[in-house]
Design a protein around this ligand. Sequence first.
Ligand code: GLN
Length: 484
Amino acid sequence: MHTKTISQLSAVLRSGEVSSVELTSLFLDRIKQHNLALNCFISITEAQALEAAAAADQRLKAGNAAPLTGVPIAHKDIFCTEGVKTTCGSKMLDNFIAPYESTCTAKFRDAGAVMLGKTNMDEFAMGSSNETSYFGAVKNPWDQGRVPGGSSGGSVSAVAARLAPAATGTDTGGSIRQPAALCGLTGLKPTYGRVSRFGMIAFASSLDQAGPVTYSAEDAALMMNVMAGFDERDSTSVAREVPDYSANLENGIEGLKIGLPKEYFGEGLDGNIARVIDAAIKEYEALGAVVKEISLPNTGLAVPTYYVVAPAECSTNLSRFDGVRFGHRCDDPQDLFDLYTRSRGEGFGLEVKRRIMIGTYVLSAGYYDAYYLKAQKIRRLISDDFRAAFEKVDVIMGPTTPSTAFKLGEKADDPVTMYLSDIYTIAVNMAGLPAASIPAGFVDGLPVGLQVIGNYFDESRLLNVAHKYQQATDWHLQVPKEFQ
Ligand code: GLN
């Protein structure tokens, strides 16, 4: 039962073969059994989960269930959940019980999905390995000596180990796609503005976007049907009709034009990963797609530009955590200055401090034009590259990550090498485009992800393209040995 997709679980719940309380208990037991080793949950919300499951069972009996009613899922601990500790992976918020519910989690709650708990993450979503969490590193279920990726590492590790059948994540520079690739799952970052950011603790507001982590594209569509949509409480949410993401999954992809950016296949890409991606592209050709080489000439500027824009935004967003309005407060402050500096000094971890310092620097009067303004101009060039590409092709494909999951500690002391883990994912956030990572094979027993980038609001097509591949392959259904 624990290896079923949420589409299958939804059917099983409807048939009455299993109740939501039974299903929820099964996953709670699995979490208790494995969380000590994997560390993917910060909070396990057992009592609320069982209560929600009982309510879902009533709804199922009454015949007014939605597709996700009774299906257990996990939420990244970046979403405010009313009455439940919401830490964002930080000591700063270790004692924060959210007084309200984020729009995203409220939509799942209203759809009858059952929250199992809140998942571990890099502190304030800054990281690519889940090692910056105040609550400790998360392990990759495929090899527990390796990272699951980040920052949504807890969500992804939990789903990969079948401790939850699906989860939410957020992606500012790759934090859904990169861990999904490293753990063999399907992860989707929607178009900027497609999913409400209300109640989602902000890292870099112009880049942050929530999305699903699932086994299959079919499941991602079910999650998107709940998550997507306009929210008047998020001023950057887009008022645009939400399609039924499950409706076009079966469309044929004959004649689909796939662009392969030459910049994504050059130096820095592991040769074994390149071979896996080539094989996936061949599979698409066999399904009738046509492949075209394209160029995204400003690809090399994406990571350095991101590391100006994201820290700038984070330095302003994180100023609210001052020990007065929000966050950890130091003991016995001598005066206001002491209160601010010690509370922030104690509450934030190293990587967050590094970003705040960089952000404050690039926004300061003497450097604003040279760094921040320049970065914004380059951001436009990066978007323009994609705009030009989408005049010629329907989707863009390439590797999600330059290597498979690395060893715990391997890059922890080398921020620049760590930042390069997102070399293929970051430009997508800079442009605000949607993109998915789907399992495409293995190298030495470790999963490899294929990234599929779409045009603005073209999530339906991405899911269709991913689903067709998943009908022809079974990479997305592989389960790490210990968790089968
Ligand atoms: N790894 C990138 C960073 O550290 C992206 C993180 C994210 O997408 N939240 O900023």
